[in-house]
Ligand binder design. Sequence first.
Ligand code: SAH
Ligand code: SF4
Ligand code: F3S
Length: 437
Amino acid sequence: MKTLNTFYIRTYGCQMNELDSEIISTQLQMSNLKKVDDEVSADIIILNTCSIRDLSEKKVLGKLFEYKKDKKDKIIGVCGCMAMSQKETLLKKFPHLDFLLGTNNLLDINKILDDILTKNLQEKKIDLNYEIGLENFFAKRENKIKTSISIIRGCNNFCSYCIVPQTRGREVSRDPSSIVKEAKYLAREGIKEITLLGQNVNSYGLDKPEKKVLFPDLLYMLDKVDGIERIRFMTSHPKDITKDLMLAIRDLKKVCEFVHFPMQSGSNKILKAMRRTYTKEHYLEKVNLLKSIVPNATIGTDIIVGFPNETDEDFLETYKLFDEIKFDTAFIFAYSPRQNTLASRYEDNISNTLKQQRLQKLLKLYHKILETKYTKLIGTKKEVLAEKLSKDGKSLKGRTKTFEKVLFPAESKLIGSLQTVDIESFSHQTLKGSIPS
Ligand code: SAH
Ligand code: SF4
Ligand code: F3S
């Protein structure tokens, strides 16, 4: 039987996938496999994939075609969201693919590899239900300063355009004590900043009422963990953002004043067709409430342009609301129909050209908003967590509590520390400054 010594893992998609890749890597390392940074020298190639838009899948399909020509005797596997959305189709289409490992079966990686070696067949583990053992599995993290912790897996929302409920299954909250334990373990490892991850973190605990720990309660518990300096969280669904959460952001020292709660569209007609379950008026109400409780809070959004039947007027509503709210962070996407979603039944009737035009218009507005905001920040002082060295090795990169990127000249020994930086200029969405002498 062939022996396996090395593996290469490539991650596509969101932070959830980044974390899942670390869980997979940790297990392989526990089985004495060595992680390598290139495909060529690896015995096992793993693609941890994303299905959110067509382009995300195309990148992976391109790789799989590449490996088809030159597989040698490597083992090739697809993990993550494409394993869940495409299932057996992928195995049929790519006979040289050895295994599929779904988002809820991360702990089965070693067993899958053993089965491949003994049976020499294509293997799969793609359950829609979450593996309970994952609760207490703490991955080794590559980043020694900041990392994420999964607090709730899956999604119950079924927004009409979105494939995630198919790829991640239903919402399951992790036990609060296990999350706190993991935060303490990370603090001991030297981690300073944690991001609590979930498709909708505000649903945390709702599926386990007997535990009596909802998302704001969890924040209070984690704020007490010694060594952790900052707590972030994402993503928040606008319908579930509560006043209790806003009060927790205001009152807890470590919780960062940045909330990513995607608006998606500013047109009530489109929001309804997207099944977002809020109106633009509700959304704006939440923004205003947050700003009144936490005046310095910054706000992040995702926007989809070119959803079926989005007229110029609908788009203009999005544009105006975007300009009114003046988002601090925005990810803007062109609508991409996904298989087996409700919206895929509507005709994708906005041309690619028009989608791109709308996307560019919003991007231009976003950049203008940032320029005005950054200009105002010149002359202020910001607390920055120094995360890493810049490419030229002369400066440190980090972020403010409100999520702005900052670059400042300093030595690497300051990595991991909180520094007060005088903001002096900016370029390309990065603030530049220096530590006062
Ligand atoms: N759970 C998070 C989002 C996860 S997906 C939330 O609800 O906010 C990240 C973003 O991808 C979404 O917010 C949405 O803007 C975008 N997205 C999801 N499906 C998409 C699709 N079919 N086409 C284009 N963008 C999409
Ligand atoms: Fe997708 Fe909506 Fe769930 Fe976010 S809340 S993951 S957009 S279905
Ligand atoms: Fe994330 Fe992409 Fe899956 S955004 S949840 S990896 S579809």
